[in-house]
Design a protein around this ligand. Sequence first.
Ligand code: SF4
Length: 326
Amino acid sequence: MDEALLEVKDLQALFRVGKREYPVLHRLSFHVGKRETVCMVGESGCGKSVTTLALMGLLPNNGKVAGGSIRLDGQELTGLSRRDWGALRGRKMGMVFQEPMTALNPLLTVERQLTEGLRLHRGMDKAAARKYAIECLETVGISNPDERMRQFPFQMSGGLRQRVMIAMVLAVEPELFIADEPTTALDVTIQKQVLVLLNRLKKNMDAGILFITHDLGVVAEIADRVVVLYAGYKVEEGPVREVFQNPRHPYTRGLLSCVPNIDDDTAVIRAIPGALPNITEDIPGCRFHPRCQNVMDCCRKTIPEELPCGAPGHFVSCFLEREGSR
Ligand code: SF4
């Protein structure tokens, strides 16, 4: 890994439901280096999006960070005021969402949306901001940028809007890109173009990318490392090739076995039996044990600790990894 850019350590987050608070992230630790793409994977509801919201200081009103540390380029973010966190979002962290209309204002032209960030965060005058905005649109592969600048988001296709959103993030040159399912709503060719673009940005801009997805095909294409989440716990982490070729956690193996194999006519489409617990369910021991085919007595009582396994940088939290258990 290059120098660590984002370091998350023992992060805990809670959501209030009625009068009680429930943990949604359990002592989550991971890092993202400069010029590195880390993919966070898991089923919907496993804690991926909560993690990104916690990193951006955007947890909803019934949520809060209850412990741990988030350091970006050495600066501690937990404890920042909303205002300071907001300023950082513009300058140092940029987020690309699944649905670009979440971030784009339907009432403003692309020019207005792109140049406002440049004037605010980079102190450019109107002409310089306009020139730079056009360059950013070109960088993300948008042809006729002059014409696009005059358009409103609703006049563009989903793929174009996604590129405009990436251009907006790119324009302020953040150190960390957080992309939450940015290609899920796109067709395959546009998806591929967006992935190529993000890869290029990572290399050219010294940026780190945290990419949230449930699509393991996308992970194979873009990740340097993978973090697997289950019910708010990190269950496995490692270099992408290592995790794909030598998955150690039964949940990771389950996720990988769900990917259809087009070379095998006899293959059946699988699913992991059971469902993710909801946050109000109190499951003792390993949270995956009600769905695990390898469950042992100890799994029902104790939470497994993280252990190194396989290649350097590969870690798993599972009792099967204890000496002599495999
Ligand atoms: Fe399965 Fe036990 Fe490992 Fe949990 S700790 S994944 S229940 S074997």
